[in-house]
Ligand binder design. Structure first.
Ligand SMILES: *[C@@H]1O[C@H](CO)[C@@H](O)[C@H](O)[C@H]1NC(C)=O
Ligand SMILES: *[C@@H]1O[C@H](CO)[C@@H](O)[C@H](O)[C@H]1NC(C)=O
Ligand SMILES: *[C@@H]1O[C@H](CO)[C@@H](O)[C@H](O)[C@H]1NC(C)=O
Ligand SMILES: *[C@@H]1O[C@H](CO)[C@@H](O)[C@H](O)[C@H]1NC(C)=O
Length: 453
């Protein structure tokens, strides 16, 4: 056979397994859900989530990114009072947009901080539920960052800085827009018409993909309407078959009412998803550093910001359970990242600098946890035991690992020092004689166990 014939034969026979001749995906969940998740995502383990928009201007109250809806529709007393006290009568939410000036926004500085945190990807709000696009969308009227406010392509500028540092670029995108007249029209029809989807959602999604070539699309704001209204399966089939990012792009699971935890790429399920046992599908936990808000809040207090040990603990739990950790910050309207956020991220990066081997590109092990203080991850033939509690009298007992003929134990803080250990029972467990406690800002240490099963 001529090479082309052989290739064709192999394509037909092994369809999915031969790179370069993969099957085309069809616009139904059965086909789309069967797409293997591009490997970079599972290996990355840790990303930074960034919520930035017009909501960063009032920057006030719990879930500040929902300000417009909470004030205008829900009329929450706290927000009504805030507006009465601080703004003239008749001031509208849209009047905040010119105040979104981003005058100190330096994407290089942001990307430096993200890189230093040890993150491998960044997910940026291209558009939140308020509908303001952080890029010059051609179908946004003047409700975008080029025509109003920053007068900049925020998505494009950040994308370039993030890419320069070999971080993967993810774009958050809200399908619905609270007050878009076309959306409200479709909604009034019981989502029988698709005017908003045809003239806004889909053109903007395609524009984002073709212009910025994101490695990840973090879909949200889908829950009021079924995926058939959003034409999610048609969009994903295009994304996976024909888009410029078809081979690398990763998606989440928010593609219509009832979709999450069921369809799409990896699963986010609900915000701050915290499964109790090992899920059988790749997942991601998103978590905000400011425990009360995704968007920046000027009324944020130090006690409401996660401290480093609680971040590390969360990250370790998520990775041991096979997930990715997406840690959120909300920058200020002027483009500054609050120093407390920067400090947390840089400290986390320092912890990962020592212990990253137990995080990146690992797999869940046979056992995920013991005693609530030890979490396990595995890579090739190495098992990592991450301890969240330094043992008293320097003696650590691990019951789960089974030794083999040549078991080596090291602490990642001192990679060249083999630690003494003895069997706990003749068949399983180790009693490890620990060195003096190395300083760890994250209050977590990693042991590398070689030659255990
Ligand atoms: C959604 O997909 C259906 C089926 O392919 C198509 O008929 C319809 O025009 C699409 N709607 C939009 C808004 O693209
Ligand atoms: C460990 O496994 C990864 C993938 O699972 C592989 O790429 C890598 O080469 C392996 N490393 C060693 C030292 O075997
Ligand atoms: C785990 O708990 C068992 C039983 O309570 C104990 O023997 C062991 O020392 C504990 N291990 C750690 C690492 O705390
Ligand atoms: C344990 O360490 C010794 C000495 O460095 C080395 O020869 C041996 O290969 C190591 N065993 C494993 C399982 O890594």
């Amino acid at each position: 056979m001529r090479p082309t014939c052989i290739l064709l034969f192999m394509c037909v026979t092994f369809l999915m397994w031969i790179p370069g001749c993969t099957a085309r995906y069809e616009a139904n969940w059965g086909s789309l859900d069967a797409r293997p998740l591009p490997r970079w995502f599972d290996e990355a383990k840790f990303g930074i989530f960034v919520h930035w928009g017009v909501f960063s201007v009032p920057g006030f109250g719990q879930f500040s990114e929902w300000f417009w809806q909470r004030w205008h529709s829900e009329k929450q007393p706290e927000l009504v009072e805030f507006m009465k006290k601080n703004y003239p009568p008749g001031f509208k939410y849209t009047d905040f947009a010119p105040e979104f000036r981003a005058e100190f926004f330096d994407p290089e500085i942001w990307a430096d901080i993200f890189k230093a945190s040890g993150a491998r990807y960044v997910v940026f709000t291209s558009k939140h539920h308020e509908g303001f696009t952080n890029w010059p969308s051609a179908v946004s009227w003047n409700w975008n960052s080029m025509d109003v406010g920053p007068h900049r392509d925020l998505v494009g500028d950040l994308a370039a800085a993030v890419r320069k540092r070999s971080l993967h670029l993810g774009l958050y995108h809200s399908m619905y827009e609270w007050y878009n007249p076309l959306y409200l029209l479709d909604k009034a029809s019981g989502f029988q018409s698709q005017k908003f989807v045809a003239s806004k959602t889909l053109p903007e999604l395609v524009d984002l993909v073709t212009t910025y070539k994101p490695d990840l699309i973090w879909s949200d704001g889908d829950w009021e309407a079924p995926d058939t209204y959003w034409n999610s399966t048609q969009f994903l089939a295009w994304l996976y078959n024909d888009s410029p990012v078809k081979d690398v792009v990763v998606t989440n699971d928010r593609w219509g009412k009832g979709c999450y935890c069921k369809h799409g790429g990896y699963y986010n399920c609900a915000d701050r998803y915290t499964p109790g046992k090992l899920p059988d599908h790749k997942w991601e936990k998103c978590q905000s550093l400011d425990t009360r808000s995704w968007g920046y809040r000027r009324d944020m207090k130090l006690s409401e910001v996660m401290n480093l040990p609680s971040i590390v603990k969360d990250l370790v739990y998520v990775v041991a359970m096979g997930g990715n950790y997406l840690l959120n910050i909300g920058p200020m309207a002027d483009g500054m990242i609050a120093p407390v956020f920067e400090e947390r991220l840089r400290d986390l990066g320092a912890w990962l600098g020592i212990n990253g081997e137990a995080i990146y590109a690992t797999k869940p092990w046979r056992v995920q946890m013991e005693n609530s203080t030890v979490w396990y991850t595995a890579k090739n033939n190495t098992v990592h035991a991450i301890i969240l509690h330094w043992p008293s009298k320097q003696i650590l007992q691990l019951t789960a690992p089974r030794m083999t003929g040549a078991t080596n134990v090291t602490l990642m803080d001192y990679p060249d020092v083999l630690l003494k250990w003895e069997p706990l029972t003749p068949t399983a467990g180790l009693r490890i004689f620990m060195p003096a406690m190395p300083k760890s800002l994250g209050n977590a240490w990693c042991l590398k166990l070689e030659g255990v099963v």
